[in-house]
Write a protein that binds this ligand. Sequence first.
Ligand code: SAH
Length: 276
Amino acid sequence: MTGTVWFVGAGPGDPELITVKGRSLIERAGAILFAGSLVNAAATRWAPPGCTIADSKDMTLAQMAAWLIEQARQHTTVIRLQTGDPALYGALIEVVQPLDAAGVPVRVVPGVSSAMASAAAAVESFTLPEVTQSVIFTRVEGRTPMPEGESLAELARHHCTLCIFLSITLLHKVEAGLRAAGWAEDAPMLVVHKASWPGEEQIVRGTLADIRQRCRDAKIVSQAMVIASPTLGARQWPELVKSKLYDPTFTHRFRRASEAAPAPAPEFLPTQPAPL
Ligand code: SAH
């Protein structure tokens, strides 16, 4: 018999942004392995007395897997606490494979990604009607090579929202990618350092032309989300195309139109279910 290893998204930094499920698992964990450099140690504040808690910062992936397997032989609930959501840049599969090989059951609890916490910090929306309806989570090439077709220059051609992880020290590459894709020098950009960390969050706004200097001035060199998006700053726009969902002339499953519609576009015919 062996316990289950739960990969739990700890959220972006604010200990209150872990999910209720993640917190309840921590409350009954026999052992927790957390990512020291990124997960606020406060996230372990709900661990029960006697829980074995270790920091993975000096471990290799093989050592992490060995530690988790060892703990799963002794405890019903073992947790690998990861920053943000475990599905993004978290080496999830590399650690799950040896657990599978050892016959240890694995479950994953999602978390609030730093991309979402960065949008929240700055009161920005990644999607706006008729501006962009798509978001790309990416990074620029560091030690990990980018697969073919995924250079920023190629992805940025979509002119949608780009959330660029792991790239704050490579802003020159971010800029080069955006320029190669034809983004204007005055295209708005946003950098959020330590999004949601109580008392430590920093928001830097700028443009393609000056964001690097602004980050240098703010001394931001780590733990930052770089966002390029045609939606940035929309809070100040005088004219906004309103979402169809809240349009008074638009009927959907939960609400009848309160005003007569002009000529509805075919995809918004009242008999159709609303694209929620
Ligand atoms: N799984 C994590 C990402 C891990 S990769 C998630 O879903 O958020 C680490 C990168 O995430 C950092 O280089 C940085 O780009 C970003 N990051 C993590 N925490 C952050 C935070 N609180 N604020 C801004 N960016 C953060």
